[in-house]
Design a protein around this ligand. Structure first.
Ligand SMILES: C[S@@+](CC[C@H](N)C(=O)[O-])C[C@H]1O[C@@H](n2cnc3c(N)ncnc32)[C@H](O)[C@@H]1O
Length: 263
């Protein structure tokens, strides 16, 4: 395992209990931005075999299970898998949890070639030290025509090389505040430590990749892109206590990108 992958694993393992406590049933990002797009792009038919990649505390696995999918869910952090197992109830349907590293192509393929109808990875590809092994493995794991849906921090607007700005002006006698995002890094894949949740015990590594890199990994593996949504908070969404945080003040700028690829 590379040093960066090991550091990533240690961070998520350390943060697992905190993450599970704060993200039990998701937050506004999950419930307003990610899940509605996932449901649109990945309609589940009862009995379909679905792979949930980097499942964390099993949030998506349980939602997929409740829709009738037969779910295989994995994460490389044993403490995350422990939290996922503890949270899962009979009504969450059929879910098998595994501890598995998404950068380990051979271990992934051992899940069963051409045995999955669909795959999902919610907010995790930018947490992975490498994504090429995963895309290559998925091409073998999915049945022909099978979909892989993934959500990302939008690499153009919500990347580790950006900041949020508020400017106030007197516009013909009216004080107007404009919220914007300043981006000073994009083209070069790069890593930076950061916090997925305020107050988490340990910073984790973000692996920033421009669109041509992250989408390119899937295209080179043989996938085509056949669905895409950019997800901002709607203007009528309640603003949280931090005006510079993602919310209605940024209703024209999407923090989340959702992509569907087809095998
Ligand atoms: C932001 S969390 C998202 C969890 C979950 N998908 C959700 O929607 O709540 C990112 C997850 O990616 C996992 N992860 C990062 N790199 C991984 C890898 N190489 N293999 C498997 N899991 C990985 C972390 O352990 C963490 O649980």
């Amino acid at each position: 395992m590379t040093d960066l992958n090991q550091e990533t694993l240690d961070a998520w393992d350390t943060n697992a209990a905190f993450w599970n406590e704060r993200m039990g049933e998701g937050n506004d990002f999950v419930n307003v931005l990610q899940w509605p797009a996932i449901e649109r792009l990945l309609p589940i038919r009862s009995g379909e075999r679905v792979l949930d990649i980097a499942t964390g505390n099993g949030l998506m696995a349980r939602r997929l299970g409740r829709l009738g999918a037969v779910v295989t869910a994995f994460d490389f952090a044993p403490q995350m898998i422990e939290q996922a197992r503890q949270r899962t109830r009979a009504e969450d349907g059929e879910i098998a949890y595994f501890t598995l590293d998404a950068t380990d192509e051979k271990a992934l393929v051992a899940l069963g070639e051409a045995s999955f109808d669909a795959a999902l990875s919610n907010m995790a590809l930018f947490d992975m030290a490498e994504v090429d092994p995963l895309f290559r493995a998925l091409y073998r794991l999915l049945k022909p025509g099978g979909h892989f849906v993934f959500t990302l921090m939008h690499p153009c607007f919500n990347n580790p090389f950006s900041s949020h700005i508020a400017e106030q002006e007197d516009r013909d006698g009216e004080l107007v505040t404009t919220y914007s995002v300043k981006v000073w890094g994009y083209m070069t894949p790069a890593q930076r430590r950061g916090l997925a949740l305020r107050g988490q015990p340990k910073a984790q590594i973000y692996f920033h990749r421009p669109l041509q890199a992250i989408l390119g990994s899937g295209l080179i593996a043989g996938f085509v892109i056949d669905g895409l949504e950019e997800r901002p908070f709607p203007p009528d969404h309640p603003q949280g206590k931090y005006p510079l945080s993602w919310g209605p003040n940024y209703s024209e700028i999407p923090p989340i990108l959702v992509v569907r690829m087809r095998r």
